[in-house]
Design a binder for this molecule. Structure first.
Ligand SMILES: Cc1cc2nc3c(=O)[nH]c(=O)nc-3n(C[C@H](O)[C@H](O)[C@H](O)COP(=O)(O)O)c2cc1C
Length: 358
């Protein structure tokens, strides 16, 4: 396996553990949903019809970019794609860098379109890979391999800085995104990977031609924690205990474990952008149940996205477990909408949440 494949495989194993998650909360706990004792609607009246990039979906849930580029990823991607095809759920594949560097990894991505001929599928590439511009060949390859409906560019400076083999040059990423938006045949979504995109970054991305911002803020998977766990797998406790500089290095890395902007801080900050109607917001980073999802929409999100819980349930309980997880999530969402007295997803607003001052 190439070093990228090994790393991507390690990431799946490490993110399954609770230690990979931020201790800091998303911020949704600062809000309470407003109970309506006279809802005047029933479970059957609730509609989650929602739109993203001009396409209609039955439920506003996006499966975040996660995997591809190694053997196990082929099966995981096949299962996620089958699930997304069945329920008309949009889905982003993991970084396609491994496939561009070694065509042997293509299958783990192409399987997605084989299993989901009609689903909305997004390609994925790192901002670092856009520095200096992407070749026309690479651009065509990432799109055509999965007949992508959009390209997701992930920004992950925190992870790159903690990762021993990280790409630590970040100047030129915005220019690369601008070029990509100009030449790509499909729209561009930009996401973080867990440390959040606030309004100042979003403004620069929107000016560069980006159509959708996926916040991916603090409160869920912490890439600093994941990378730190990967490093510590290679070091024994004794090595650290007996070596002062290793100890210092470990402590220094630990101080970044909780770094980033919370999901709710980012949502509140994006909401203030006057261009509100000209772009779409995906809320992600620590979205763990339907209450988070509905609060996110009240705070301005058009869609929500989830990563870690999907791979976790899939690994532990297979595709049947994933289906059950989805039904339960949808059931909870339907019950909440009924208790709010809101029949349609698009009618959710700040009127349905109460800020908690404690
Ligand atoms: C196993 C795993 C692999 C991931 N790989 C990628 C990736 O290749 N590209 C990317 O944009 N994000 C990747 N992510 C980040 C997620 O898309 C998401 O932004 C982040 O995990 C926060 O969401 P969560 O709190 O729901 O996990 C990965 C996440 C997980 C759990």
């Amino acid at each position: 396996m190439s070093s990228i494949s090994t790393r991507k495989k390690d990431h799946i194993d490490l993110t399954l553990s609770e230690t990979s998650q931020y201790r800091r909360p998303t911020g949704f706990e600062k809000y309470q949903l407003k109970h309506n004792a006279l809802p005047e609607c029933g479970l059957d009246d609730i509609s989650f019809k929602s739109h993203l990039l001009g396409r209609e979906f039955d439920f506003p849930l996006f499966i975040s970019s996660m995997t591809g580029g190694h053997g196990e990823a082929t099966n995981l991607n096949a299962d996620i794609a089958t699930f997304c095809e069945q329920f008309n759920i949009p889905f982003g594949v993991g970084s396609q860098r491994a496939m561009l560097e070694d065509s042997a990894h293509e299958k783990s991505f192409t399987i997605v379109r084989d299993k989901a001929p009609n689903a909305f599928i997004a390609a994925n590439i790192g901002g670092a890979q856009l520095i200096g511009g992407m070749t026309t060949y690479s651009l065509k390859t990432i799109i055509s391999s999965i007949q992508a409906n959009a390209i997701i560019v992930h920004l992950n400076p925190l992870q790159e800085l903690i990762q021993p083999e990280g790409d630590v040059q970040f100047s030129g990423v915005l220019k690369g995104i601008e070029q990509l938006a100009k030449y790509s045949s499909v729209p561009i979504i930009v996401k973080e990977t867990g440390a959040g995109i606030d309004s100042s970054v979003a403004k620069r991305l929107l000016n560069a031609g980006v159509k959708v911002i996926d916040i991916a803020g603090v409160g869920g998977t912490s890439w600093s924690r994941v990378e730190a766990a990967r490093i510590s797998q290679k070091r024994s406790r004794e090595m650290v205990a007996n070596n002062l500089t290793l100890q210092y290095e470990q402590e220094m890395q630990d101080r970044f474990n909780e770094w980033g902007n919370s999901t709710v801080f980012c949502l509140e900050s994006l909401r203030e952008l006057e261009w509100e109607r000209k772009f779409e917001i995906i809320a992600s980073g620590g979205i763990r149940h339907a209450q988070d999802m509905i609060k996110a929409c009240c705070l301005g999100a058009h869609f929500v996205a989830v990563a870690q819980p999907v791979v976790r349930v899939l690994k532990e309980e297979g595709i049947k477990g994933l289906e059950k997880w989805y039904f339960l999530w949808k059931k909870e969402a339907t019950m909440i909408m009924t208790l709010l007295g809101v029949c349609e997803w698009r009618h959710l607003s700040e009127d349905y949440i109460i800020p908690q001052f404690s």
